[in-house]
Design a protein around this ligand. Structure first.
Ligand code: NI
Length: 169
């Protein structure tokens, strides 16, 4: 089932999400729907708050043949080296800006079967893990862009927020 993607300006994107205590059929179903929603929107990742649910889960498809369903992620390590790359977000359509983040990392999470997975990631995968994890903390990539970039997108963000608030009435 394709779900509605929550857009910039909605409070659900700004809340800290709750840990998942048990991966039951409801959670598995939600993860499947999130994968379908992400693929339909041609996104690389989608976090639960983006479909209106404040729980610690996200899905990723960076095109490496491994569609990841990530529950209760925790970072174990970050590289000191930072890299800057352009990012976008399905909740902030039309906005693409560079964000500086650690180049590589180690992450631990549960897959949809409740098995612990530890992965080392760099490049797009490392970036996607960090971007989606931020969603679980109520953080958006536009919070992390340079002040100059922020000024450049502020009108667009204000417009998105107005539309989101109008649609939620
Ligand atoms: Ni996003």
């Amino acid at each position: 089932m394709i779900m509605d993607i929550v857009k910039y300006g909605s409070n659900v994107l700004r809340e800290k999400s709750k840990k998942i205590e048990r991966i039951d059929d409801e959670i598995k179903n939600l993860l499947n729907n999130m994968v379908e929603t992400m693929q339909n929107a041609q996104g690389v990742g989608l976090a639960a708050p983006q479909v209106g649910v404040n729980i610690r889960a996200f899905v990723l498809d960076i095109g490496d043949g491994n569609i990841r369903k990530v529950v209760n992620p925790e970072f174990l390590e970050f590289s000191e080296k930072l890299v800057e790359q352009e990012e976008g977000c399905l909740s902030i359509p039309g906005v693409y800006k560079k964000v500086k983040r650690p180049e590589s990392l180690k992450i631990k999470y549960l897959n949809e079967n409740g098995e612990e997975v530890v992965e080392e990631a760099d490049g797009l995968l490392a970036r996607a893990f960090q971007h989606e994890y931020d969603h679980l903390e109520g953080v958006l990539f536009v919070d992390k862009i340079s002040p100059v970039a922020k000024r450049l997108v502020s009108n667009k963000l204000q417009k998105l927020k107005r539309e989101t608030l109008k649609n939620s009435k």
